[in-house]
Design a protein around this ligand. Structure first.
Ligand SMILES: NC(=O)c1ccc[n+]([C@@H]2O[C@H](COP(=O)([O-])OP(=O)(O)OC[C@H]3O[C@@H](n4cnc5c(N)ncnc54)[C@H](OP(=O)(O)O)[C@@H]3O)[C@@H](O)[C@H]2O)c1
Length: 306
């Protein structure tokens, strides 16, 4: 496993992190095995959100962690707030503070290493968010702050109200969801490019030392399914097979290695709850794809180049 700083912070986390969005329906024994496998493979960063499993994911995780008895300072905990089922979004100070208290209670911890705003609240007031973040920082409940699914304009506005850095922006990114990188190629052409929503994000984040955390590294579309061994993507699977053979690895490992190869130093948040696959994902930091291999995979996935 290799490690990286998350943004301008002292969080030195595994480049492959475990997302717990899918842990709520696991038994206690399964949860213990999942987390132990990840930790033993070098994964020391765990990504939550208050809405995962309606709060149950954090509960299942905390119970498993208690049994594993890993000292709190040996791993990083991140959670997210701001999505309010039944309403939509809520970035009010009151909601942020209340949500963090509830998260800490469920996770049975005194502090989060990082807190992300989950998805932009249309009615947001950055001054109010700044007040909430300041309170959470001062009372020691949250060490560092970040966002998720935000554009550079939103980030720039939020940053202008804060006295401390935003360290991460969690965004969907994978071989099959590569708009963030593909849009750069289409600048000033008259070609139709579906990646309009991602224009400029990656460059802004790199310039401002904000770590991209890639979510759903194995999904295509919006949770439509997994692209590995999927008959819909024969060319991609053939190419992954071919390169995997060369490295004596698996398509799963390679798909994470493809994300990690980008020089933006992207951290990958995997969501598999299968111990064997967790180990495969963790091995991805040992493979450094060549420029040619990276582009071959990109093209085999149906991404265009000019
Ligand atoms: N910020 C946001 O808006 C946002 C949105 C979504 C997710 N997230 C975060 O990102 C994390 C990952 O999301 P995700 O779970 O959608 O990501 P993912 O890693 O792309 O998908 C994992 C799912 O794919 C299945 N899968 C099947 N074949 C697989 C293979 N060969 N390799 C890997 N997985 C395979 C897994 O099943 P098995 O368990 O059986 O392996 C699991 O159900 C979440 O846990 C969450 O922390 C954030």
């Amino acid at each position: 496993m290799k490690y990286q700083h998350i943004g301008a912070s002292d969080i030195y986390a595994s480049r492959v992190a475990l997302g717990l969005m899918r842990i709520a329906d696991k038994t206690h024994e399964e949860a213990v095995e999942i987390i132990k496998t990840a930790y033993d493979a070098g994964i020391n960063f765990f990504d939550h959100a208050d809405i995962y499993g309606g709060g149950k994911s954090e509960l299942v995780f905390a119970k498993a962690m208690k049994e594993l008895n890993i000292p709190r300072e040996k791993y990083y905990l991140q959670s997210k707030v701001g999505i309010k089922p039944g309403i939509a979004y809520d970035f009010s100070m009151e909601h942020i503070l209340k949500s963090v208290d509830e998260i800490l209670e469920r996770l049975e911890t005194d502090y989060l290493d990082s807190l992300l705003l989950h998805r932009a609240d249309m009615l947001w007031e950055p001054e109010e968010i700044a007040k909430a973040f300041k309170i959470l920082k001062e009372n020691g409940k949250v060490r560092k702050f970040g966002v998720s699914n935000m554009h550079q304009f939103q980030l720039s506005y939020l940053k202008s109200k804060l006295d401390f850095p935003i360290i991460a922006n969690q965004l969907q990114f994978s071989i099959m969801h590569a708009d963030m990188v593909s849009t750069g190629t289409f600048v000033n052409t008259n070609l139709k490019n579906d990646g309009f929503n991602a224009i400029g994000i990656i460059d802004y984040l790199r310039e401002h030392n904000i770590t991209i955390q890639a979510w759903s590294p194995f999904q295509y579309g919006r949770y439509e399914g997994v692209f590995i061994d999927n008959d819909k993507f024969p060319e991609l699977n053939e190419k992954l097979d071919e390169i995997a053979k060369k490295y004596r690895t698996t398509k799963t490992t390679l798909s994470v290695a493809w994300i990690l190869r980008h020089p933006a130093n992207i951290q990958t948040i995997i969501g598999t709850m299968n111990p064997k696959r967790i180990k495969e994902c963790a091995q991805a930091t040992e493979i450094i794809l060549s420029r040619e291999e990276w582009y071959e995979i990109y093209i085999a996935a149906g991404n265009r180049i000019l």
